[in-house]
Write a protein of this length. Structure first.
Length: 349
């Protein structure tokens, strides 16, 4: 007897409900069900899906709104695929339903996308890279908050101190400036008090950033990563890279990784004209991290600067030379992460 055909169960998740549709390899619907999202959802979904022993799940936005159910299924040992919402939408528009949007139609489109797209990302249970990504995103939020506080503080100090505050304002410099302020009007006194409140906020955020740096160091050390051995790549950037990359094995080659990081140019050839254009898609967080490393390496002595100068000597502009260096760095980082993940980890004490 031949092996059982694998049934694909597409899931359209929402905050309060999720809809599941099971389809066979030909795309024929075998069943559908709507579930309320609560503590019993996973058990109910598993009981319903038990009728198809050979199965896999496809979740729309498995790293977004669909993360909770996708992670629960992955932790339970199920095979789970991540279907981007844009891909599911295209499948729905190309279907015979005239683009009608219902939860069941969306779930069926998710399943159809999984049937016909061979390189969807397999959802892995959360690990240390998830912690790194959360900590890196928390740091980005704190830096954004710090920037907003400094902007407001600059605006107030411009009215309180002749010439305002220096560009590289810190909590220590702001405190020194405020100690010299002697308001002569109630309006000026209000400005000084607001500035003091902002100074307290700034100190609080600076303390949170310092704590976050220690957390990142500990989390990065737990991975055994050697990324920080690359010039221009510190703890914060290494954490961001690992957090967004996750399992490097999901990229078949360094070229696929470069495409994901938007460091590989896009082919825009037509007829006899061969040309490429800048890739403005991809993971912009990874692209920004690679840009920071490239700027650092192009500035400081070392192999990166020598490569950058060679590209300049070939007639490339500084921006083009930096993009070439970013592409080269993507290869270096891909190989380093791959080697780190393949290296045997020391046994726990």
């Amino acid at each position: 007897m031949g092996a059982l055909a694998v049934i694909t169960i597409g899931i359209d998740p929402h905050k309060a409900t999720l809809t599941a549709v099971a389809v066979d390899p030909s795309g024929r619907r075998l069943g559908q069900r709507r579930f309320l999202v609560n503590a019993a959802t996973l058990g109910q979904l598993a009981a319903w899906a038990a009728g198809w022993p050979a199965r896999r799940f496809a979740v729309e936005g498995a790293y977004g709104l669909g993360r909770p159910i996708a992670q629960q299924l992955a932790a339970a040992g199920e095979q789970v695929l991540d279907v981007p919402a844009t891909l599911a939408a295209r499948v729905r528009l190309l279907g015979s339903g005239g683009g009608r949007k219902t939860d069941a139609a969306d779930a069926a489109s998710v399943a159809q996308a999984a049937l016909h797209h061979p390189r969807l990302r397999t959802v892995a249970a959360e690990d240390q890279t998830t912690i790194l990504r959360m900590l890196a995103e928390r740091r980005d939020d704190l830096i954004g908050e710090r920037t907003r506080i400094l902007n407001r503080l600059h605006r107030l100090l411009l009215d309180l101190v002749p010439g305002g505050a220096p560009a590289n304002l810190t909590a220590v410099k702001a405190a020194a400036l405020l100690r010299g302020v002697r308001p002569v009007t109630t309006t000026a006194a209000c400005r000084r008090q607001l500035a003091r409140d902002l100074l307290s906020d700034l100190r609080r955020v600076d303390a949170r950033l310092a704590d976050n740096k220690f957390q990142l160091q500990d989390a990065l050390a737990a991975t055994g990563s050697t990324l920080t051995q690359i010039h221009g790549l510190g703890v914060v950037l290494a954490a961001k890279l690992l957090g967004h990359v996750g399992d490097i094995g999901r990229f078949p080659s360094q070229d696929h990784f470069a495409s994901y990081t938007a460091t590989a140019p896009l082919d825009a050839s037509s007829g006899n004209q061969q040309r490429h254009r800048l890739n403005t898609g991809g993971n912009r967080q990874l692209n920004a991290a690679l840009h920071t490393i490239a700027v650092c390496q192009a500035r400081d002595p070392g192999p990166g600067r020598r490569y950058y100068l060679r590209k300049l000597s070939e007639g490339k502009t500084p921006a083009e030379a930096r993009r070439a260096l970013k592409r080269r760095l993507a290869n270096v980082i891909y190989r380093r992460i791959l080697a780190d993940q393949r290296r045997p980890q020391p046994a726990a004490a």
